[in-house]
Design a binder for this molecule. Structure first.
Ligand code: CA
Length: 529
């Protein structure tokens, strides 16, 4: 039994202009509770849910984060529990007339002297783990690859102690799809770029069936793999002759299942030998490429964990590192905050282009913005996507936004980057992997055991109660911000230090400890045939 501190009734307001606040106490508060301010609850209000601070008339604006998150569907007297059934969602902001690169923040002093121990790659990127990844061109080969990977792990990996893991890059793409459709570029480049993630050391090997639409040369055209090119140039004198390492299951040479498995194992061992020779070296913190994400969010996400991530984002940017924030549908309602923070009009225009593409994508599927927010979000106090977005966007901190990439693209520059992805946890994580992420930060209020086999995932709990119950799944407790034990800056710094430890391999995340891995899910907006 661990004791939960009993606190005085407490609500948290995000902005002076807000007319609702959220109840902070574990278990919520009963009707009749009186706050020190004199406000008395009319209803029982669950933890993280909103209470009206003043009388709000029917049709009146309901403000949180100094943004209208809805209009009252009936009069809401002060002390009322304000939940989604009492609110009308405001319309989405049009993508015209937005403030473009209007905010010119004072440059923050550089943060120098922070380092971690990483694996430097030939292309200059740095890995935080040393993993053999086996790329599959098509789902058909997944069972065979999985069988071979089990044997590689038990029979070969013990001989190569400097290699952390062997991971099959399994996915559901590769055939039965309209591969020449314009949007097919997204899943194809995603898979290509994941194979080139810094944690895999440039050791690309493919397992192909043979008859699939996504042929190995289409997935990995000549020139995409720096290591192979260099090795081949040394061998044969021309990068045009660079050979992909492909095990093709339909190859005539294979007689029987074990022939395929042994072929995969034989090829894998060549890569394991080279990976095993890699050593960590001290590199500046600027080599971190951090993807930030949230999932299973609640109303505390935007109060505790996400602001702490935002603080840490600013530290990373000051240290010269790269931070990606994503999740189109969860920042769409704050588009004006983003375009105003763009370093140049071009960056702002690129963000608008990504949002417009996604608006059209949702229109095509005949869904609207109510499609994002889950039953759990609502139970956690988030009334709609506007409120969720305001809490989500703070993960991006306050630094200028210096670049934008489209789904599946690889990063081309450092700094704070908007990497356009769906908000779906596994699709966003998959696309951030493709962008070149070497560390992942994930905040959750409802709780999710999310993890990836390819990069370490640091999970941050928004509430002390979740951190207590999921003590061996959550790496950081940001609930201490709501209880007043720590500040946003305290938790932001704690996160920054933990990142350097995890990136160096000195610490493992809980998801790594338990080997909790979600599937790679390729975003395929193109038709399936
Ligand atoms: Ca998400």
């Amino acid at each position: 039994m661990s004791a939960t501190p009993t606190c005085a009734p407490l609500f948290i307001t995000m902005h002076d202009a807000d007319n609702v606040a959220i109840v902070a106490n574990d278990g919520g508060l009963p009707a009749g509770t009186e706050f020190p301010s004199g406000l008395t609850l009319v209803d029982k209000v669950p933890q993280a849910h909103k209470v009206a601070l003043v009388d709000i008339p029917e049709g009146g604006e309901v403000r949180r984060y100094n943004v209208v998150i809805g209009y009252a569907l009936k009069p809401l007297p002060a002390g009322t529990w304000v939940h989604e059934r009492l609110l009308k969602m405001p319309p989405a902001r049009e993508l015209v007339g937005l403030p473009i690169a209007t905010i010119k923040p004072e440059p923050q002093p550089p943060l120098e002297g922070y380092t971690f121990e990483g694996y430097r790659n030939l292309d200059g990127s740095v890995g935080t783990r040393n993993i053999l990844a086996i790329t599959q061109t098509v789902q058909c080969v997944a069972g065979v690859t999985d069988f071979a990977v089990s044997r590689i792990k038990s029979e070969l990996l013990p001989k190569y102690p400097n290699v952390d893991d062997v991971v099959a890059l399994e996915h559901t793409y590769g055939c039965g799809v309209a591969i020449d459709a314009p949007d097919a570029i997204i899943p194809i480049r995603t898979l290509r770029n994941i194979s080139l993630n810094p944690n895999f050391g440039g050791e690309v090997m493919l397992v192909s069936l043979g008859c699939e639409k996504l042929q190995p040369e289409r997935l990995m055209p000549p020139g995409t793999i720096p290591l192979i090119d260099e090795r081949n140039v040394a061998d044969v004198g021309s990068s045009a002759d660079a050979k992909l390492d492909v095990v093709c299951l339909q190859d005539d040479a294979h007689v029987g299942f074990m022939s395929m498995v042994e072929s995969i194992m034989r090829q894998a061992e060549e890569h394991l030998e080279r990976l095993n020779a890699r050593r960590r070296e001290t590199v500046p913190a600027s080599e971190l490429v951090v993807g930030v994400q949230c999932g299973g969010s609640d109303a505390f996400s935007g109060v505790t964990a996400n602001p702490a991530v935002g603080y840490c984002t600013d530290l990373l940017v000051r240290a010269g590192a790269t931070v990606m924030f994503s999740e189109v549908t969860e920042v769409r309602d704050g588009i004006d905050q983003l375009t105003s923070r763009a370093t140049t009009p071009e960056v702002a225009e690129a963000m608008i282009r990504e949002m417009a593409w996604y608006d059209a994508y949702l229109d095509k599927g005949r869904v609207d913005r109510s499609a994002n927010t889950t039953p759990g979000n609502k139970k956690g106090g988030l009334s709609n996507i506007v409120e969720k977005a305001m809490g989500s966007i703070v993960k991006s901190g306050s630094s200028p936004i210096s670049g934008v990439i489209s789904p599946g693209e690889k990063l081309k520059q450092k700094g704070l980057i908007y990497a356009a992805t769906p908000a779906s946890d596994f699709i966003c994580g998959t696309l951030q992997l493709a962008a070149g992420m070497n560390l992942h930060v994930f905040t959750t209020g409802r709780g999710t055991p999310y993890g990836l086999a390819e990069v370490p995932v640091i999970k941050v709990a928004t509430r002390a109660d979740l951190a207590r119950r999921w003590h061996d799944l959550m790496d950081i407790n940001a609930g201490t911000i709501a209880t007043g034990e720590k500040t946003i800056a305290d938790v932001g710094w704690e996160m920054f230090q933990l990142m350097l430890d995890v990136a160096s391999g000195r610490k493992k995340t809980w998801a790594e400890h338990w080997k909790l891995h979600n599937a790679l899910v390729l975003f395929n907006p193109a038709p399936v045939t």
